[in-house]
Design a protein around this ligand. Sequence first.
Ligand code: SAH
Length: 341
Amino acid sequence: MILDKSLSEIQDLVQSLGEQKYRAKQLYEASLQLKNLNEISNLPKSLKEKIAEEYFSYEIASHQVSKDGTQKVAIRFADGSLVESVLLSYKYGYTVCVSTQVGCRMGCKFCASTLNGLERNLSAGEILLQVLYFNKLLGGTHKERKVTNVVLMGCGEPLDNYENVTKFLRLVTSPDGINISMRNISLSTCGLVPKIYQLADDGFSVTLTISLHAPNDELRKTIMPIANAYKIEEILKACDYYFEKTGRRICFEYSLIEGVNNTDDCIFELARILKGRSCHVNLIPLNSVKEKHLIGVTRKNAYRIAEKLQEKGISATVRRSLGEDIDGACGQLRNRIGGAK
Ligand code: SAH
């Protein structure tokens, strides 16, 4: 679809269709505003007809607003696939949490996104659309953007869809487009080690966020199947490499599950393996997922754990949980219409 393309790719397309090159910019800008073809008044009918198949269509299948102001939409693409995206508002601006796949095949025991496995990858344009949708909803344009930050923390494993995700990163940071800085983008992964090296080598200096959730491989294997493929030690080595290449501090996500990974032994072991690294630990009491039986710790317990890590010299904070009442918080996104059973 047209949103998959950079300005220069659209120029090539327009020229190959025998149209004037300057039309490309008009088409590109209209698509960034998510205009449908009928709404684009400055393009000739002939061009519109030629690109009709390439143009995108989507519908908003549901839109929910949380008590805390978080908004969640379910977007339905032409093939019927549904993905959820979330808009979070912070003091410094708006963050969009995008999905990168329809479903997920990583199988983490605590996460709703993986309940039905992987349906398909999203294209770069389908990921971009999620950012542009909320930007438009907030009254922004690609030149005067309202969305300032993007986190790849919705449904799916971003590094399991490497080509499309990196294409998306190029598009969303393009000065011709919405021009969001790499510094304002976080990519969260359960730890696909070879892809972490590739991301560093390909020059993407985002905030790399690792879903760790356990301080040793044995425990990690019981909640995250990917732990059978890569050891924590290998992940940490890849993180060191990423830090060396990009200078960006690594973030570790640690969702606190009552009786599973919140014991003193676990926390001290976590401090030991992260000691001396330039990193930050984000603690999140596990959010509830109806089909799963694991439960989160209390916020009080989470704060106590943050203190213990800080005492050991590890930078750690407890994440605010936003959008939990609309199943829009971490690990609650899925490929169904919000609110449906
Ligand atoms: N697949 C990527 C992107 C998902 S990001 C990854 O694994 O990092 C979503 C974050 O929320 C991840 O850190 C994930 O492990 C975490 N998460 C999943 N289910 C959760 C839940 N029920 N409560 C809190 N965090 C959860």
